[in-house]
Design a protein around this ligand. Structure first.
Ligand code: ADP
Length: 285
């Protein structure tokens, strides 16, 4: 098995259009976390944002839909663990106050898997529908990297959901915006903001070094017509915390990146608060 690509292999036919219904009546807000490409810190952002929301007393879960490289279990120190199932319903694992379901609980992180369209649909449908989420203020969905076909078909399970886009300062904002816009259009995901990651590194001299350039987050936000919700600095501790299953927002809440995540979480919680309980028609394209 050898697939790591964002697009399914050419011989995998596009899934046939069909309509189904999925109700998540106990979930107030679904927020998909997307990125133009891999490695920009999308999963790290989703994990820390979830912890930041939970630390505000909100009920939060992450659905790790990054089927080509599910890293949420590792980020939460849950690698190798399996959630309990009674045959029909799966109970999410929990860490740092966040409920978690990941494809990674069922497929090891280092095993690349080819997901053919229909299989992927079935898996995602089950993951979303057969999980006992309970009452949730926020369900964050860590989408696969890229705003291409896989993300689009995945996102089509999340009608009416909102979308955060994570980017680094040097990414080609226009291209990402175009693809994210197309994704939003085809899935009714509503873009609500951009988070710029790896914005700067603070040296021993106290100076900020913009290693990956600057301005990309704001540019992308402008292209999408949404606010730049925050900028996260490049900090070795963020990577180490990820590898150790200790999100920085949980273990060093006063650090610079944790404060940035907290500010973003507070803003999202306030912006989305008045919304009613989520319940929507599921459209599978
Ligand atoms: P993606 O989900 O976009 O593929 P990840 O969240 O897996 O990206 O991050 C990629 C790598 O970069 C990981 O090793 C992660 O720990 C590291 N990383 C992400 N954001 C930062 C940051 N702000 N500072 C330092 N390392 C980071």
């Amino acid at each position: 098995l050898t697939a790591q690509a964002e697009k399914p292999p050419a011989h995998a036919p596009a899934p046939a259009p069909r309509r189904e219904r999925l109700e998540l009546p106990t979930v107030a807000h679904i927020v998909a976390v997307a990125s133009g490409k891999g490695g920009v810190g999308k999963s790290t952002t989703a994990a820390n944002l979830a912890v930041a929301l939970a630390r505000q007393g909100l009920k939060v879960a992450i659905f790790d839909a990054d089927v080509y490289g599910p890293s949420i279990p590792r980020l939460f120190g849950l690698a190798g663990r399996k959630p309990e199932s009674d045959g029909n319903t799966v109970t999410p694992l929990e860490a740092h106050g966040v409920k978690i379901i990941s494809m990674g609980f069922f497929v090891p992180e280092e095993t690349p898997v080819i997901w053919r369209g229909p299989m992927l649909h079935k898996a995602i449908e089950q993951f979303l529908g057969d999980v006992y989420w309970g009452e949730l203020d926020f369900l964050l969905v860590d989408l696969p990297p890229g705003t291409g076909d896989v993300s689009i078909s995945l996102a089509s399970f999340l009608p009416g959901a909102q979308m955060l886009v994570v980017t680094t300062p040097q990414e080609a904002a226009r291209k990402v915006a175009e693809r994210a816009g197309k994704m939003a259009e085809r899935t009714n995901l509503r873009p609500i903001g951009v988070i710029e990651n790896m914005s700067w590194f603070t040296g021993d001299d106290g100076k900020r070094y913009e290693i990956f350039g600057s301005g990309g987050g704001q540019e992308l936000a402008d292209e999408l017509g949404v606010p730049l919700l925050g900028q996260i600095p490049l900090v070795p501790q963020l990577r180490e915390g990820g590898d150790d299953g200790q999100p920085i927002t949980a273990v060093a809440p006063d650090s610079e990146p944790a404060r940035a995540f907290r500010a973003i979480a507070e803003r999202i919680a306030v912006d989305l608060k008045p919304k009613k309980v989520f319940s929507a028609q599921l459209t599978i394209k």
